[in-house]
Design a protein around this ligand. Structure first.
Ligand SMILES: *Cc1c(COP(=O)(O)O)cnc(C)c1O
Length: 384
């Protein structure tokens, strides 16, 4: 129940990778036969990934994952422009792989605007419209949120940026492979994706860069990936990513339908069976099979530990393990009070989940919350 954290490698993707680890282990930059076989593997994967998001293969730059794609998009664009007076915009609910880059640029002296979101975690187009300045160079707003599943109105947001001459980037790591993503329809200039969120191997991803968008390189060395990302390509990883992208495209509508059903059932049942439960994120515009809830008067981490004992793996937006007692920036951005945000959990379903597993969660979770509330001093204050 934690597919937004990562997914297993699809067996067909694994099979596609295997020859490139053993027989066809050539360096794609080599002229000889084995080098060319590796080159063909990489270029086939580029076509497969491009097809999934309706891009041209030449617009795909392979990276080590979503994090690096976000860094390349933002820092690469900024470095390609004159440093003076640039204004850049992002949202308060971004993944840290975007937010921390903006924090860094803010410290370097760039004019940074972090847009608020509404209570569903959505950036309202008027909010962006008002924040745009004549010198706004870049707007980066994620497609689907990893914690609360909200899908942003990217098409409208990108159109606003484009009309004002700013470049628009979106972190689409959670959406590519799960819902239809079409870079032309969305009207974005740059889009990040990651292989391990769509049943490909970890450590590989890509940045879509619309033809004509100028970026500075982030990694110096050889001239791989149109000189934007030097270093010998992760050939098996890229091949696996391509195969996984191909499979994701073919299975998308069937998987979406099934996971949406499961998600609605899970979310509805838990809200009905457990009092003082809040669904976080947008009730309608959200990732299929993504259920994020806050249970008042309990700690998300305690819920996770008890779920884990019952064989259910989920995650939480309260980050006690990371040494900070603050709940996630996303839950605070949608206006939840600290004490409510502390009781958050995220159940993110994937291809292999069955109806029986979903039923098992519905069977087990209410008892866990009840037991935790009986032990909770917060519950006494809340008078239940
Ligand atoms: C997982 C994730 C990332 C990071 O991708 P990696 O490939 O793990 O580096 C970035 N953004 C979002 C929204 C994510 O969910």
């Amino acid at each position: 129940m934690d597919h937004s954290a990562t997914t297993p490698v699809d067996l067909r993707a694994l099979q596609a990778m295997e020859p490139y680890l053993t027989e066809e282990y050539g360096n794609p930059s080599s002229i000889h036969r084995m080098g060319q076989a590796a080159r063909n593997g990489v270029e086939t994967a580029r076509e497969q990934v491009a097809r999934l998001i309706n891009a041209a293969p030449a617009e795909i730059i392979f990276t080590s994952g979503g994090t690096e794609a976000n860094n390349l998009a933002i820092l690469g664009l900024i470095e390609a422009m004159p440093p003076q007076g640039q204004h850049i915009i992002t949202s308060a609910v971004e993944h840290h792989a975007v937010l921390d880059v903006f924090t860094y640029l803010g410290r370097k002296g760039y004019d940074v605007t972090i847009l608020p979101v509404n209570r569903y975690g959505m950036v309202e187009p008027e909010t962006l419209e008002r924040a745009m300045k004549p010198n706004t160079a870049l707007v980066s707003i994620m497609h689907a949120n990893n914690e609360i599943g909200t899908i942003q109105p990217i098409k409208q947001l990108a159109a606003i940026a484009r009309h004002r001459g700013a470049v628009f980037h979106t972190d689409a790591v959670q959406s590519v492979g799960r819902i239809p993503v079409d870079v032309k329809d969305l009207g974005v200039d740059m889009l990040s994706c990651s292989s391990h969120k769509l049943y490909g191997p970890k450590g590989v991803g890509c940045l879509y860069i619309k033809k004509g968008t100028r970026l500075a390189r982030r990694v110096y060395g050889g001239s791989q990936e149109r000189k934007l990302r030097s270093g010998t390509e992760n050939v098996p990883g890229i091949v696996g990513f391509g195969a996984a992208a191909d499979i994701a495209g073919k299975r998308m509508s069937e998987t979406m339908e099934r996971l949406s059903d499961f998600g609605r059932y899970l979310s509805g049942s838990l809200q009905r069976l457990i009092p003082d439960t809040i669904l976080t994120g947008d009730p309608v515009n959200r990732l299929p099979g993504h259920v994020s809830l806050c249970f008042k008067y309990v700690e998300g981490e305690s819920i996770l530990l008890m779920l884990d004992q019952m064989g259910i793996m989920a995650s939480s937006g309260s980050a006690c393990t990371s040494g900070s007692l603050d709940p996630s920036h996303v839950l605070l951005a949608i206006g939840l009070p600290h004490e409510v945000a502390h009781g958050s959990i995220r159940l993110s379903l994937g291809r292999s989940n069955t109806r029986e597993e979903v039923d098992y969660v519905v069977q087990v979770l209410p008892g866990i919350i009840e037991r935790l509330r009986m032990m909770s001093p917060m519950a006494e204050e809340g008078k239940i």
